[in-house]
Design a protein around this ligand. Structure first.
Ligand SMILES: Cc1cc2nc3c(=O)[nH]c(=O)nc-3n(C[C@H](O)[C@H](O)[C@H](O)COP(=O)(O)OP(=O)(O)OC[C@H]3O[C@@H](n4cnc5c(N)ncnc54)[C@H](O)[C@@H]3O)c2cc1C
Length: 356
């Protein structure tokens, strides 16, 4: 049986007229979705705010068609799209509420309290939400970097995220970028019989060498040490002029040259950051601001779906413990500290004992 006793949420819960939300989660990627269904299963009113128009995070907006092979329980792999859809459905079944195409701007402290717990106010570009706990699960990647020379074309055939297979009708594709996302996109197109030109600014692509090899083995053409200097439409084709090498004529361009940093958002939150710009958290995934947790890619060294899931679930449970029994975390920290002190004394005593 579960280790908790709650009033379950139901379709009759009046989510539109709550005085405050128990938990507001920023980001509907793997971390946010896992956290949300965990809090909702424990009867906490849960709102997820997502900047894009779909749930799923990177598996949805970066590699919807890629077969993910490292999720336990899916021996034949599962696509990013399918995995995202399943996790979202699970959250919906638990009565998690969602706001799409809405971006968190900052989180403010308020004077209002509930059971001694200070309420927070999540400010988005559209609204404000009072809540008891916040879980940041917004990943490190925000908006894809644009290539101005291509933007002037104003063409629907220039993509900044890997399009679904059904979205590109043609088979001549230029991929701009030499990182893992670009190379993964090249492999995906090549495996579907497309022709690919990969345009890489560096002399050597920075992505995995094994994927570079796979691209060439599958017949992809790699142009290194070159950049797109100009672009024009020519009938149904897009012609790309390169700083080095002959022009390339294609039907579709996929640009994968990285993302604008999430640092600005983190700075606005006024929380402690690690030296690499990620969010610093304690062993309970709480940030330097009490009541604000952070999970998944926003802080972790190991960037994987399953890790984001596990952290989302743990943070959700800590948030639940704090809400149902205020100061639970501080008491736990104190207990852990005392245990550590005892452990230290025992090992010091053992080290000082003369050997027989
Ligand atoms: C090319 C590529 C392939 C990968 N392949 C695998 C793989 O095979 N297996 C694996 O386990 N992992 C893989 N990963 C890593 C995995 O996708 C990430 O570790 C995982 O998605 C992290 O989940 P997350 O919830 O922390 O963040 P994300 O997936 O980044 O989700 C964050 C969400 O928050 C939203 N958001 C951001 N800012 C705001 C804001 N201010 N307001 C509202 N919403 C916001 C974003 O739109 C996004 O939907 C891959 C990554 C890449 C780039």
């Amino acid at each position: 049986m579960a280790d908790f006793k709650v009033t379950e949420l139901s379709p009759d819960t009046d989510f539109e007229h709550l005085d405050y939300w128990d938990v507001v989660i920023i980001g509907a990627g793997p971390g946010g979705l896992a956290a949300s269904l965990t809090t909702a299963h424990r009867g906490l009113t849960t709102l997820v705010i997502e900047g894009t128009d779909k749930p799923g995070g990177q598996p949805q907006f970066l590699y919807a068609d890629k077969k993910i092979v490292d999720i336990p329980g899916f021996p034949d792999g599962i696509s990013g799209e399918d995995l995202s859809e399943r996790t979202f459905r699970q959250a919906m079944n638990a009565y998690v509420q969602f706001r799409f195409q809405e971006e968190m701007v900052t989180v403010e402290d308020t004077e209002q309290t509930v059971k001694g717990d200070g309420l927070k106010q999540v400010v988005t570009n559209k609204d404000r939400y009072l809540c008891r706990k916040v879980i940041m699960a917004c990943g490190l990647l925000h908006h894809p970097r644009k290539l101005p020379v291509l933007d002037t074309l104003n063409s629907k055939r220039v993509h900044y995220k890997v399009p679904r297979v059904s979205d590109y009708r043609s088979d001549r594709v230029a991929i701009v970028g030499g990182g893992d996302s670009a190379l993964d996109a090249a492999v995906m197109v090549l495996q579907r019989g497309g022709q690919v030109d990969v345009l890489v600014r560096e002399e050597t692509p920075i992505g995995k060498a094994s994927t570079v090899n796979l691209v060439t083995e599958l017949g992809g053409r790699l142009h290194t040490g070159t950049e797109v200097s100009a672009a024009r439409l020519d009938g149904d084709s897009i012609v790309l002029e390169l700083t080095h090498g002959s022009p390339v004529s294609v039907d579709t361009v996929i640009v994968q040259i990285g993302f604008l940093s999430a640092k600005d958002t983190f700075d606005r939150l006024g929380i402690r950051l690690n030296t690499d710009g990620s969010i610093a958290v304690d062993p309970y995934f709480e940030t330097s601001r009490a009541g604000i947790f952070a999970v998944g890619d926003v802080h972790g060294d190991i960037k994987l779906i399953t890790v984001a899931w596990a952290e989302g679930i743990q943070a959700a449970i800590y948030a639940f413990k704090e809400i149902t029994s205020p100061y639970w975390l501080n008491e736990k920290r104190l207990r852990d500290y005392k245990l550590a002190l005892i452990g230290e004394k025992v090992s010091r005593a053992a080290a000082a004992r003369p050997r027989e």
